[in-house]
Design a protein around this ligand. Structure first.
Ligand SMILES: NC(=O)c1ccc[n+]([C@@H]2O[C@H](COP(=O)([O-])OP(=O)(O)OC[C@H]3O[C@@H](n4cnc5c(N)ncnc54)[C@H](OP(=O)(O)O)[C@@H]3O)[C@@H](O)[C@H]2O)c1
Length: 303
C-alpha cells in the first residue's frame, strides 16, 4: 500500500477505512471490530476515518473500545475525525434544528469528546466536516492553530470545502491545512472540473475521496437502465477480469491514477471486500482507459 505524505510531513495510507457505517455492521462488538481493523492492517490500510456524528455519535466509541482492548494498535494506525455538524439527536436534546457549529468553544469541546471516545491522547487529523455559513474564520483558525500547538491534534484539514472556503480559513492560520475530504468517484466526477481538484493540486494538499463507490450505488444501480452505474458495469467487469481483480478495485484504481494523490476512503464493513479493494494499487490503468471510464461515468465523450 502506498503511503501519502501530507504537507506537514506526516503520512497516511493511500486507502483509508471509513467508520461511517460501522454501527450498521451487524456485529459491532470488540472482536468483530478488531477483525475489521485487522483486515485493513493486513493490507496496509492504517488510516481510519471518523466523525463525531457517525452512528449517531456512537462510532468513535465503538472504535475506541477496540483500541482500548488492544492498546498496541495506537502505534500502528492514524486517526482522522471531524467536527462541526450538529445532528438532531437524543444525545443533544437542546438541538432544535440540524446546523453547523465552528465556534471555538464547540470545536474545542468536540475534540475533547473525540479524544475520550476514541481512547487516544492525540488525533492525527481533525477535519471541519462541512463549510459553516456562520463561520468566523479568524476564531476558527486561531482555535485550530492552538489545538495543534497544545499537542491534541497533529494536523487539521477540511471537508466538502470549495477552493474559496479553503483559502479563507488558511488565510487566518499559521499551520497549513492538510487535506480537503470531498465526494469523488465514478458516480460523482464534479470535483474534476469544479475547481476542488485543481485547488488541491495547486496547494499540494492530497485530497481524500469519500464514497469512492458512490456509497455502493456503483453496484446497486447497475441494473438501472440509463444510469452511470449501468453504463460502467460491463467495462468495469471486463477490466476486472483482465487483471484478475474485483470491479471495485478497478473503480478505486481510477481514483488512484489521478496525479493529485487521491486517498479513497472506503466504506465496506466486509473484510473480503476490504481485501479486494486494497488490491486497487495492482490494477493497471492508462490514460485512455481512464478517459473511457470517465466518458461512461458522464454519459458523453469529453468535448
Ligand atoms: N466527509 C464527508 O462528508 C463524508 C461523507 C460520507 C462519507 N464519508 C466517509 O467516507 C467513507 C466511505 O463512504 P461510503 O461508505 O459511502 O463509501 P463507499 O465505499 O462508496 O460505499 C460503501 C457501501 O457500499 C457497499 N458496497 C461495497 N462494495 C459493494 C459491492 N460490490 N456491491 C454492493 N455494495 C457494495 C458497502 O456495503 P458492505 O458494507 O456490505 O460491503 C457499503 O454500504 C465513510 O465511512 C466516511 O468515513 C465522509
Amino acid at each position: 500500500m502506498n503511503r501519502i505524505t501530507l504537507p506537514n510531513g506526516r503520512q497516511l495510507s493511500q486507502i483509508a477505512y471509513g467508520a461511517w457505517r460501522l454501527s450498521e455492521a451487524g456485529d459491532t462488538g470488540v472482536s468483530a471490530n478488531l477483525a475489521r481493523i485487522d483486515a485493513c492492517l493486513e493490507h496496509g490500510i492504517t488510516t481510519f476515518d471518523h466523525a463525531d456524528i457517525y452512528g449517531d455519535y456512537r462510532c468513535e466509541q465503538l472504535f475506541g473500545d477496540a483500541v482500548r482492548a488492544r492498546p498496541a494498535l495506537r502505534q500502528q494506525i492514524e486517526i482522522v475525525t471531524k467536527t462541526d455538524i450538529m445532528l438532531l439527536s437524543q444525545q443533544w436534546p437542546g438541538t432544535r434544528v440540524k446546523h453547523y457549529d465552528t465556534s471555538a468553544a464547540h470545536v474545542r469541546a468536540s475534540v475533547e469528546r473525540s479524544l475520550q471516545r476514541l481512547g487516544v491522547e492525540v488525533i492525527d487529523l481533525l477535519l471541519i466536516h462541512r463549510p459553516d455559513p456562520l463561520c468566523d474564520p479568524t476564531e476558527l483558525g486561531a482555535c485550530l492553530d492552538a489545538l495543534i500547538d497544545s499537542g491534541k491534534l497533529r494536523g487539521v484539514g477540511v471537508s466538502n470545502y470549495m477552493p474559496w472556503d479553503v483559502d479563507l480559513l488558511q488565510s487566518r492560520m499559521t499551520h497549513r491545512l492538510q487535506t480537503n475530504q470531498i465526494e469523488l468517484s465514478l458516480m460523482h466526477t464534479a470535483p474534476l472540473t469544479n475547481g476542488q481538484m485543481a485547488h488541491a493540486q495547486q496547494h499540494r494538499m492530497p485530497p481524500m475521496a469519500w464514497s469512492p463507490l458512490g456509497g455502493g450505488r456503483l453496484f446497486s444501480q447497475a441494473q438501472q437502465a440509463g444510469s452511470a452505474a449501468a453504463r460502467l458495469a460491463p467495462r468495469l467487469a471486463e477490466l476486472a477480469q483482465g487483471c484478475g481483480q474485483d470491479a471495485s478495485a478497478v473503480a478505486l484504481a481510477w481514483l488512484l491514477h489521478h496525479p493529485a494523490q487521491v486517498l479513497p476512503v472506503l466504506g465496506s464493513n466486509q473484510p473480503e471486500r476490504i481485501r479486494a479493494m486494497a488490491a486497487a494499487t495492482r490494477v493497471p490503468m492508462d490514460r485512455q482507459t481512464w478517459f473511457e471510464l470517465y466518458e461512461l461515468a458522464n454519459g458523453h465523450a469529453v468535448p
